[in-house]
Design a protein around this ligand. Structure first.
Ligand SMILES: [Zn+2]
Length: 430
């Protein structure tokens, strides 16, 4: 099982210049190779493979461009490998050979967005508090946790807020935790982030909502600055830093919750939500994106694999919020503002989210329903009740039911409930 271990690194001023040079060269190789492939495509030629691209854009280019020789060559090769992979993914997706959402063709890389360069093989080294990169030097690294095994690659990342990271790919083995004999269904929502089928509720931190005013202020200031000025760059970094903070708060919450769930439950059941479709609703897009449902699913799935747990999803078309989890009666669609309801059939009072979570769990692990009213009221759920005083302090409700005569003769032939089209009299005490 492969896992990513990401650490913050702190390059000094000279190392920052060298890293920027490296990112620039990777970008140059990618962009020029991409432009070449696009040109060939418009002329009706076939796309060259990785080996041809390396010859032309690394070996040949180094003879003309001296600055390409000033950086390590592995990251340059890796960026051409990435381009090759991006094309393959795109063509496979077009041919329907690839599962999942449609892949778009590779795009040109910009100097202004996130930068990355990948080192593979033995040309980098990790020490106690330093990481050595060829032609850059020893950079300070904070190993917040030990690496599980020897990494197969390291990606140096500079995010748009100006922070540097080293992201290692390491081979880890799954640690199978002892069984807890507990299974859980989870309903994801906007007002409450996650509701578990045992009734537990988790509120999301909603970091974007809390920082929306501040973000708007920063963005307005950024929009007023002059193009290409130092102030503009300063304002851009301020916006990017706030975005990074928002993302960190969200990711931290999702990591903690998913780990907690994977440790405590053997089977975790989630609804297969169409998040990218839901985000198209402009009124809900910001609120849904702020929660990170998709990331939660990815993290939970990965952690279930890590701890040897079972991860299941149910179809998004399953009527989880329409069905009564007690008797299985479908009460029809409910508006989003209906948070609590009573089943017309069995009279159980439901919290909308908990009921849905129980249904999500039961879609995978069905248990025997309590058959209370099958064949009687279930067919005619809108039966009226008549109130009439029977005795002091006692009220009786009369239901009119269309119950068929039972084949076996009841012991008491006066038993009203077995008579055809009879009145069922129930007594209630006030
Ligand atoms: Zn019910």
């Amino acid at each position: 099982m492969k896992a990513r271990y990401k650490y913050r690194i702190y390059p000094n001023h000279i190392q920052i210049i060298k890293l920027n040079q490296l990112f620039g060269c990777c970008r140059y190789v990618w962009n020029s190779a991409l432009a070449h492939c696009n040109q060939l495509y418009t002329n009706g030629h076939k796309r060259p493979g990785y080996v041809d691209l390396t010859k032309q854009f690394i070996t040949q280019a180094k003879k003309e461009l001296f600055w390409l020789k000033e950086v390590a060559s592995t990251p340059l090769q890796q960026s051409l490998k990435d381009l090759d992979k991006a094309y393959k993914n795109f063509f496979n997706s077009c041919a329907g050979k690839r599962f999942g959402i449609k892949v778009k063709p590779p795009k040109f890389k910009s100097r202004k967005s996130r930068q990355a360069a990948r080192f593979v093989g033995a040309n980098y080294q990790v020490g106690q508090d330093k990481i050595y990169l060829p032609k850059v030097g020893k950079i300070k690294i904070v190993l917040s946790r030990p690496l599980a095994s020897k990494p197969s690659s390291v990606t140096i990342i500079k995010d748009s807020a100006g922070r540097y990271f080293a992201s290692f790919v390491v081979e880890t083995c799954a640690e199978h935790l002892p069984k807890t004999e507990n299974s859980i269904g989870i309903d994801l929502g906007i007002s409450t982030f996650a509701t578990l089928s045992n009734g537990e509720k988790f509120e999301a931190p909603k970091p974007l909502k809390k920082n929306l005013n501040k973000l708007g202020k920063f963005q307005r200031k950024f929009a007023k600055t002059e193009l290409g000025s130092k102030r503009r760059e300063k304002a851009r970094v301020r916006v990017a830093k706030l975005h990074a903070k928002v993302k960190d708060i969200r990711t931290d919450f999702l990591h903690k919750l998913s780990t907690d769930l994977a440790i405590n439950y053997d089977t975790i059941v989630l609804e297969d939500l169409n998040v990218s479709g839901m985000v198209k609703n402009r009124k809900l897009a910001k609120a849904i994106s702020d929660l990170g449902w998709r990331q939660f699913r990815t993290l939970t799935e990965a952690k279930c694999e890590k701890y040897g747990r079972e991860f299941r999803t149910i179809s998004r078309w399953e009527p989880t919020s329409q069905k009564c989890s007690n008797c299985g009666f479908k009460g029809g669609k409910k508006e989003l503002n209906v948070r609590e309801w009573t089943c017309l059939n069995c009279g159980t009072f439901h919290d909308r989210d908990i009921n849905a979570a129980v249904n999500i769990l039961e879609a995978v692990q069905p248990k025997n329903k309590v058959e209370i009213v099958k064949g009687t009221v279930a067919k005619n759920p809108v039966q009226l009740s008549l109130f009439n005083e029977v005795a002091e302090g006692q009220r009786s409700i009369i239901y009119w039911t269309r119950r068929k005569r039972q084949t076996e003769k009841p012991a008491d032939s006066n038993d009203v409930s077995t008579r055809p089209e009879s009145f069922l009299q129930l007594s209630l005490f006030d």
